[in-house]
Write a protein of this length. Structure first.
Length: 156
């Protein structure tokens, strides 16, 4: 019988997880898989702190509280992206982007208040966006991937 387990480690405050198959005849040490998360910065009450909000507001690709429809009107070609506040959910931020001629909207803060993608956690929304732009890596969500190429600057 084969048992699968998740192995996690941190590098540059980013968590990496790997699924490992271990034959049940092997002996291995169990550890508390939630322990690495205990030291990771969390957002109090599911909201960004004032410093992170100020950092986010200084980003050219941050548009504040605009609607999904308004965001979609600004996205014209693959790789275009912006971040906006969710009008429906206070303290939630949405990455709106275009990939393969489809407009996509990804929530950036999980229910526990952690800024994350499907496979990584980040210190802030700015850190998440800048990390993926600088490394030309797609942002992976449960349903899709989004490559960030061209930030859409806010107009005001």
């Amino acid at each position: 019988m084969i048992t699968s387990t998740i192995v996690s480690h941190f590098r540059d405050n980013v968590m990496f997880s790997t699924c490992v198959s271990v034959p049940s005849t092997y002996r291995y040490i169990k550890f508390n898989v939630l322990e690495p998360f205990a030291q990771h910065p969390r957002i109090t009450s599911g909201k960004l702190d004032e410093e992170k909000i100020a950092e986010l507001k200084s980003e050219i690709w941050f548009h504040g509280q605009i609607s999904r429809a308004d965001a979609e009107r600004l996205l014209q070609k693959d790789g275009d992206f912006l971040v906006r506040e969710s009008p429906a959910s206070e303290g939630q931020y949405v990455l709106s982007g275009m990939q393969e001629n489809m407009k996509k909207h990804l929530l950036l803060i999980d229910p526990e208040g952690v800024v994350r993608t499907k496979d990584r956690m980040f210190q802030s929304v700015s850190h998440l966006i800048n990390y993926h732009c600088e490394n030309s890596l797609p942002i992976i969500s449960a349903e899709s991937a989004l490559v960030l190429r061209t930030p859409i600057p806010r107009t005001s």
